[in-house]
Design a protein around this ligand. Structure first.
Ligand code: UDP
Length: 490
């Protein structure tokens, strides 16, 4: 292995399975190459079940001089997890079991990296950076409020008595917005006896401060109070221990080829900001009863729509649909599970797209004026960066916190009175929310606010902007470290 020429740093990035993880890692790598004179190697633990993921990997341009993607085969964890274990448990186990393969791949690199960046499921691989004597970082492709929960979770684990979900009082995090157990709590943390609770506390939350710094996908003035708390020794800084760099909003760019095809031909014919786009991320699905109410709510609202739809689940909550795309067979056809006559009655005002759609390009289209989203952080940033107000429809994970940020802190979204993961939201309420963001006074005010956020986010990324500067500061960590192997090899 050779050391790098001093003028250029080489970052190794480790990405856990899933589009929601892959997209922000790829975008971070692009920023490092484009603005910080880095070369990068991205190690992706592929799920090998997601068509969208393979497509993204195959379409990612390779330039061996600047960047290189290495796919690590998913380890066999069949004997270690149960098929119905939570996604967090499965991902944590996969990333634990892939450590040896990753270590060998890293040690086998022709060029010695100057730093290692892992996402929040990859923190158990940080020790290999110590072995190499290089700096190490954790990238949290989410917001500062969620980061504050991760940082403070080991303390809450000791201090809170009983299950988090049964707490009567808000859960306090020093200097930050408190967490309402019935509304905001990350589902993984609900019940201590569940396997995923331990995985969250012992791997994800305990690992986040084990690097030399934390990167987070927001910009400085989006959550100033929470960032200040994370850096304040008297507040959360005591537990964060390392610098926090807000380097976002990093989102997937629009593609010129993505703007062709049926959906764009249709959008081109619609008036400006007249279409609501509905999608629940790479894995979200609705229970059958909720899907029926959603269809009726949309129809009653009389608004134009593009709806990305997947086969409903049998369970009451919005479950995670593992593939991100089905097999395209007849049972996947929306006519099999939408209300009778819906497709025919709405054919002039709406499009239903099974399984997967080019989301960033749709959100960037001038005809799109609203987004019903599960509030995954990538989708949230994509909506903000395109100035599109939202209906927050959280399902699982930190989406519940994101939904509160969007509605209560940023004022750019509406949400149902009772969260959709608790109870079926009825058609009248859906109709009302759709009308509100698409046409009413409250919706116009939200549109105004989201446009301001869009401008602030874009400014942060420009040369001299806060995120641009934060990434430059972060890059200096790598420069300061010795680039030799701990065992003296060069
Ligand atoms: N996405 C897409 N088309 C779809 C569904 C999702 O392009 O039909 C993309 C979306 O643009 C986002 C990512 O997949 O970049 C989903 O990430 P997010 O964090 O929003 O949610 P997750 O899938 O991790 O729950």
């Amino acid at each position: 292995m050779e050391t790098m020429n001093n003028s250029k740093q080489h970052a190794a990035l480790l990405c856990s399975p899933g589009m929601g993880h892959l997209i922000p890692i790829l975008e971070l790598a692009k920023q490092l190459v484009a603005h910080q004179n880095f070369t990068v190697t991205i190690f992706v633990v592929s799920s090998q079940t997601s068509h969208a993921e393979s497509q993204l990997l195959n379409s990612t341009p390779t330039n061996p001089q600047l960047w290189h993607v290495v796919q690590l085969p998913p380890p066999d964890i069949s004997g270690l997890v149960d098929p119905d274990d939570a996604v967090v448990t499965i991902l944590a186990m996969m990333m634990r079991e892939v450590r040896h393969a990753f270590r060998s791949a890293l040690l086998g690199m022709e060029v010695c990296p100057t730093m290692l960046i892992v996402d929040l499921f990859g923190t158990e691989s940080l020790p290999v950076a110590e072995e190499l004597g290089i700096s190490k970082f954790v990238y949290v492709p989410s917001n500062a409020w969620f980061l504050s929960l991760m940082v403070y979770c080991p303390v809450l684990d000791v201090e809170v008595k009983g299950d988090f979900v049964h707490q009567k009082e808000p859960i306090q995090i020093p200097g930050c917005r408190s967490i309402l157990p019935h509304l905001d709590l990350v589902d993984t943390l609900s019940v201590r006896a569940h396997k995923e609770y331990l995985d969250f506390v012992e791997i994800i939350s305990s690992g986040v401060s084990k690097g030399d710094a934390i990167l987070v996908n927001i910009w400085e003035d989006l959550e100033p109070k929470t960032l200040a708390a994370l850096r304040d020794e008297k507040l959360l800084g005591r537990y964060t221990k390392v610098p926090v760099y807000p380097i976002g909003p990093l989102i997937r760019p629009t593609e010129s080829s993505g703007s062709r095809g049926k959906v764009f031909d249709w959008l081109d014919k619609q008036p400006n900001e007249s279409v609501i786009y509905l999608s629940l991320g790479s894995g979200g699905t609705l229970p059958y009863e909720q899907m029926t109410e959603m269809a009726w709510g949309l129809e009653l609202s009389k608004q134009r729509f593009v709806w990305v739809i997947r086969k409903p689940t049998q369970t009451a909550d919005g479950a995670f649909f593992t593939g991100g795309s089905g097999n395209g067979g007849d049972e996947d056809s929306p006519s099999k599970y939408l209300p009778k006559g819906f497709l025919e009655r709405t054919k002039d005002v709406g499009l239903v797209i099974p399984l997967w759609a080019p989301q960033v390009d749709i959100l960037a289209h001038p005809s799109v004026g609203g987004f019903l989203s599960h509030c995954g952080w990538n989708s949230t940033l994509e909506s903000i960066s395109n100035g599109v107000p939202m209906i927050a429809w959280p399902l699982y994970a930190e989406q519940r916190m994101n939904s509160t940020l969007l509605t209560e802190e940023f004022g750019v979204a509406v949400r149902s009175k009772i969260p959709p993961w608790k109870k079926v939201v009825e058609r009248e309420e859906i109709e009302e929310m759709v009308r509100k963001i698409m046409g009413e006074k409250e919706g116009f005010a939200m549109r105004d606010r989201v446009r301001k956020l869009k401008t602030r986010g874009a400014k942060a990324l420009e040369k001299g902007g806060s995120s641009y500067n934060a990434l430059s500061q972060f890059a200096k960590h790598g420069e300061l470290r010795c680039m030799k192997f701990a065992d003296g090899r060069k």
